[in-house]
Design a protein around this ligand. Sequence first.
Ligand code: AMP
Length: 248
Amino acid sequence: MKILVPVKRVIDYNVKPRVKADGSGVDLANVKMSMNPFDEISVEEAIRLKEAGKAEEIVAVSIGPAKATETLRTALAMGADRAILVETDDEVEPLAVAKILKAIVDEESPRLVITGKQAIDDDSNQTGQMLAALLGWGQGTFANTVEVEGEAITVKREIDGGLQTVKLNLPAVVTTDLRLNEPRYASLPNIMKAKSKPLDTKTPGDYGVDTTPRLTTTNVGEPPKREAGEILEDVDALVAKLKDMGVA
Ligand code: AMP
């Protein structure tokens, strides 16, 4: 079985994003970028399936600027076998990403696509679902546990208040949630080895996909500042204060 793993280059999760002064977006100048954390979990899960003898090849794909090559090299260093960069400097929305991924699936014929549940920059949580719809495949989203048995895959899904178990026939799309696994760090020898693994470069045009945005961002703003707290003497003072504020 071949597994396709889409990985997105996003602002590092430890970085506090700065909003551009004109409110047009987040300032990415000189900001540390990394692989989307949910995509690290996807790569890890694909590697575990390969190590368990359930998969033979892992192909990582990224749609983004030339620098997304670094993200792909990270996936290769973790254990992916080869990579495809679909190079574009445009901001590509989930539907266009899903269309590009569909074209790659048509070409590569994987039995399983593992995406992250969401990219932490746009928080869309759409791409995996759209891809499954475009392909007409089943989808197991927000995966907490994944088990492949022959032509079927069982996915325990994180839902409000518990876990839901679904069984899908392959081919299928799975999207990963936080508790699925703990991604490994790439070792130095594997980072070196990754440099010589195959990496193809394509463009959205090669797949006949128009990446023109369908949405217009009208404004990006900072979240409201938290106001300083106040320490009150006793419960009576608290109740009086709450009454004053009209909440009690
Ligand atoms: P989203 O729907 O944007 O929240 O993204 C969900 C998942 O789709 C991500 O975790 C990635 O696995 C995949 N994805 C989204 N955008 C890209 C991209 N530009 N390149 C590769 N994978 C992507």
